[in-house]
Write a protein that binds this ligand. Sequence first.
Ligand code: FMN
Length: 374
Amino acid sequence: MTTEGAALLPPLPPLRIGEYTIPVPILQGGMGVRVSAHRLAAAVANEGGVGIIASVALSLASKYYEKGKDYYKANVKALIDELQMARASSPGGIIGVNCMVAIRDFEAMVRTSVENGAQMIVSGAGLPLRLPEFAMANPKAALVPIISSLRAASLLAKRWYKLYKRLPDALVFEDPNRAGGHLGVKGREQLFAREYDTDVVVPELAEWSRIEYNDEIPIVTAGGVWDRKDIDHAFSLGAKGVQMASRFICTYECDAHDEYKRAFINAREGDVVIVDSPAGLPGRALNTAFTRTLFRGGEVSNTCIATCLDACRCRESKETFCIATALHRAQQGDLENGLVFTGTNAVRHTGMVHVHDIFQELLHGIPVHPVPLP
Ligand SMILES: Cc1cc2nc3c(=O)[nH]c(=O)nc-3n(C[C@H](O)[C@H](O)[C@H](O)COP(=O)(O)O)c2cc1C
């Protein structure tokens, strides 16, 4: 290992979430469909962070899925496989699963996760009011909802305590102005509003946790975290950890196709766009052939393949596109017909690196040397 150019950085404090002490306070953000599966999750867990498998539509690239057959059963089997493979590659690491509330098999994904060794559930895309009930099979599994306001945090904590005598083990604040994927605001008009900014909401949440809950609910911040400067800034706002997703895409361990990663390496300033997802939320994505077709009103696949979302404009009124198909195709390397979600930092990718190198940079200031894709 070369330490050339290393800067002397103070150690990052470990992060306590529920039963777990996470040596490096970094959660890898869940990235569906199958962008963060067992390989990326295990690699991050082996570095001392939390590796997260995104559970959404996992079966589409598995041997279990057959068109027209039971998509939901196939998802359960595919998730069990991913959890087993992640555990085999990271016997001592902390492995979690990202489950989305807006997805029809949210409950099944949570139950399957906790019954099959997931140590943490990070839940996005909606308020997980019944999560403690679904995760009951393993009370040690840490429950970490993603929220985008103090109001949502307070409502959830009160509700869980009243119904289940349990608090969230941590909360991830996801900044809709910077994060990738579905964004936690009702419409595009609310994007870029200062009230959702990390610098505003994280200090509010940290103070709320301290005053109301004696600091028992650590705040983790997500969206736009790329380097050590961003992590130090998050800590200065009161966060106890960060969740990072886009940074891990151009790694050898990321579970997406090389063409998917190439799209990031080739991305230029202005290539990050907002799409209207059939889920009724805005989503942040890379400008690709697919989004260009979408924006000019061209034909994109709108055949529902999985009835995956609770409410879906594609299934219900043939508007927009089938999101499961679009995300799956991109993950398989079909950028013509696939949707590539990304945070605002997409354009910072210049080549391929190992997950280990990213951690060396973040923890010890050892510069990474991205390698072009052949
Ligand atoms: C490709 C991609 C897919 C994502 N998929 C999911 C998902 O399935 N569930 C979820 O809760 N969040 C998802 N997200 C959001 C991330 O987990 C994360 O919170 C956010 O992107 C953090 O911002 P960053 O990408 O700037 O680090 C996704 C983000 C990206 C870039």
